[in-house]
Ligand binder design. Structure first.
Ligand SMILES: N[C@@H](CCC(=O)N[C@@H](CS)C(=O)NCC(=O)O)C(=O)O
Length: 202
């Protein structure tokens, strides 16, 4: 099997960290997004929306969507669990994963795409929308800071996929000037803790 990956992009990074946490080695094939390699007919045959990452299994089956890829590997190798074990853990982790994706990760992505025009060859940037997305992302950091005042990790007392998504969003957010506020001490404590995990370098 192999994963079509782009080393500099935040979404495939989520999958690389997830797999590093599980100690799963996969071959990665680099795809140049700036050159539009992800939009070729060959890549669209693997993922109709032409986005990265894509997991290609040995029988040719392709799975797009970072969450779906992580779900596949969690089922294949449950240890260490990153999506929860009990029904309660699974529900709480899924909630934080989804909200962090919608309110932070996607907002950072929209801010980047619409304020920089990085993909203007394939989309119409709307700078005002990008600006509002950046403001939304910034505001959501205070929700996370509050959450982390009472919880070690995003979804409670265990490291999970939600922590990976949040860290990748915050790191990528630097390109659009997203910063943890000086007063957001809980978020900073969490960030330093997660950022020191060996998997983060994946
Ligand atoms: N929901 C998808 C998002 C994938 C996505 O947006 N990937 C970006 C890289 S971070 C991409 O391939 N962009 C290329 C493009 O839009 O042309 C997932 O979670 O896998």
């Amino acid at each position: 099997m192999k994963i079509y990956d782009t080393k500099t992009a935040p979404t495939p990074r989520r999958v690389r960290i997830f797999l590093a946490e599980k100690g799963i080695d996969v071959d990665y094939v680099q795809v140049d997004l700036a050159k539009g390699e992800n939009l070729s007919p060959e890549m669209r045959a693997k993922n109709p929306i032409g986005k990265i990452p894509v997991l290609e299994l040995d029988d040719g089956t392709c799975i797009g969507e970072s969450d779906a890829i992580c779900l596949y590997f969690e089922a294949l190798q449950p240890e260490p669990p990153l999506l929860g074990v009990t029904p309660l853990e699974k529900g709480v982790i899924a909630m934080w994963q989804r909200q962090i994706e919608m309110c932070l990760f996607n907002q950072v992505g929209m801010c980047f795409q619409h304020t920089t025009g990085y993909f203007k060859d394939r989309m119409t940037p709307v700078p005002e929308f990008g600006k509002v997305s950046g403001i939304n992302a910034n505001k959501y950091l205070s929700v996370l800071d509050k959450r982390l005042a009472e919880n070690e990790f995003m979804a409670g007392d265990k490291f999970s996929i939600a922590d990976i998504t949040a860290l990748c969003a915050i790191d990528f957010g630097r390109v659009v000037d997203l910063r943890i506020g000086e007063d957001q001490v809980n978020l900073q404590r969490w960030y330093d803790q997660i950022n020191s995990r060996p998997s983060i370098k994946a």
